[in-house]
Design a protein around this ligand. Sequence first.
Ligand SMILES: C[S@@+](CC[C@H](N)C(=O)[O-])C[C@H]1O[C@@H](n2cnc3c(N)ncnc32)[C@H](O)[C@@H]1O
Length: 188
Amino acid sequence: MLLDMIRPYRVGGSTVLDVGGGIGVIDSELLRAGAGHAVLVDASAAYLDVARQEARQANLLERIEFVHGDFVRRATEIDAADIVTLDRVVCCYPDADALVGSSAARARRVHGLVLPRDRWLVRVAIRILNLGSQIRRRAYRAYAHTNSRIDQLVAAEGLRPRSERATFFWRVVVYDRATGGGAEGSTA
Ligand SMILES: C[S@@+](CC[C@H](N)C(=O)[O-])C[C@H]1O[C@@H](n2cnc3c(N)ncnc32)[C@H](O)[C@@H]1O
């Protein structure tokens, strides 16, 4: 869904910053769609290893820069990009203000997010997930950040919500800049 909502923008020749990119699905797809270069930042070295292998197999290694670490801590070293994505990452990080504020600040044209919806059933599911992690003594915790707060953080960086879709659990939202960031064919 996120890719479908980003593709109407001018992807050709654009730069991509994929925060918490995991094995690099978003990067590979946008590069295949014509993007010029991608930076994939992830806190997990294991995910980055797989992302490198996938990129090598797809012949995309030279077009992706891999950055290991917490994006919030490394943000000042990372350049702005035309398209910035966080696909199911906001729910993995406690400080949404820092994560979303610093990623939105680096989005020149488009900022795409996939995050848990504001629904009581989703909050209950996340509590159950966290209880399971706690019982298994895993450090991982999921977070259901308030969607309106996320919108405020992105708006504070000059971006507005332009398209939105949802599944039972996830909200998929694409923001763009009022000037020059619109999707091709859009009237707004
Ligand atoms: C659920 S996975 C999603 C991976 C990928 N975006 C996808 O949709 O397939 C969340 C990823 O975000 C990464 N992550 C979470 N917070 C992060 C942060 N502050 N900086 C960098 N990576 C982060 C995790 O290491 C993990 O790889």
